[in-house]
Write a protein that binds this ligand. Structure first.
Ligand SMILES: [Zn+2]
Length: 247
């Protein structure tokens, strides 16, 4: 028989004169130190390394499910979601990812529905793409109303608002975008082709990702985080691709 005996010491004063003293909220054994009167957790949970964190977030973006990640990396879903929120806060603003506007550029506008948690809980993703750079200039998630369309307009950087824009015949655009520069067109004109193609990419790369995320998180916050993360990286990739073309 092999037995290992561990002697626990107080993490504050190093004394071995300690006794068990209940459990904390997350169920960890606590001790009480008779020498320095500390109440602490006996074996603090090991913190995950930043290496693990980067790996988990990377694999998550490759559409792994949270449950899968939890099993493989032994990181709780709660922790993964907190890393996601943290990562979202570190992302640059969309405007910071944009290339300077080019005077003869054109915006293509479109809206696509996605759902949060249940199919009848529809959320529309509205986007404006630059025809020249293919960057997403602004996006918004909401219903299909004029109000949401106005939020899209408000998120356009001022210099991009000057551009001509094309959208489908949805009424909201006509009420929000200036008559002088906006035109509603049918798909057959090809004027919104880039935007439509981008949505195809989004569906392929993000659909499963988003649905899996929502199947457990049931949260609109993560819907927004994941989309913003995707668009930010997409814009940075575009900027990188265009920069290497001109050098
Ligand atoms: Zn102590």
């Amino acid at each position: 028989m092999i037995q290992t005996i561990i002697t626990h010491k107080c993490s504050r004063c190093g004394s071995t004169n300690i006794v068990k003293n209940g459990h904390n909220k997350s169920g960890s054994q606590q001790y009480y130190c008779k020498d320095c009167h500390a109440h602490r957790v006996l074996e603090p949970k090991r913190k995950h390394t930043s290496d693990t964190k980067e790996k988990v977030l990377k694999v998550y973006k490759e559409r792994a499910s949270l449950r899968g990640l939890e099993r493989v990396f032994h990181v709780s879903r709660t922790t993964i979601l907190s890393w996601l929120r943290e990562r979202a806060q570190q992302l640059p603003t969309l405007q910071e990812t944009l290339l300077p506007v080019q005077g003869d550029d054109v915006l293509e506008l479109d809206e696509m529905w996605s759902f949060v948690f249940k199919k009848d809980n529809k959320r529309w993703i509205w986007t404006a793409i630059s025809r020249k750079t293919r960057q997403i200039v602004a996006f918004v998630i909401g219903d299909r109303s004029v109000k949401t369309c106005r939020r899209l307009w408000q998120r356009l950087p001022a210099e991009y608002r000057e551009l001509h824009s094309f959208s489908d015949f949805w009424e909201a655009y006509k009420k929000v975008f200036p008559k002088e520069t906006h035109r509603s067109v049918g798909k057959e004109t090809g004027e919104t082709a880039h935007m439509e193609r981008w949505y195809n990419t989004l569906r392929q790369r993000l659909a499963r990702f988003v649905r899996k995320t929502l199947s457990f998180s049931k949260s609109e916050v993560y819907h927004h985080i994941v989309l913003k993360w995707f668009i930010t990286e997409y814009n940075l990739e575009r900027r990188h691709a265009l920069a290497s073309l001109t050098t």
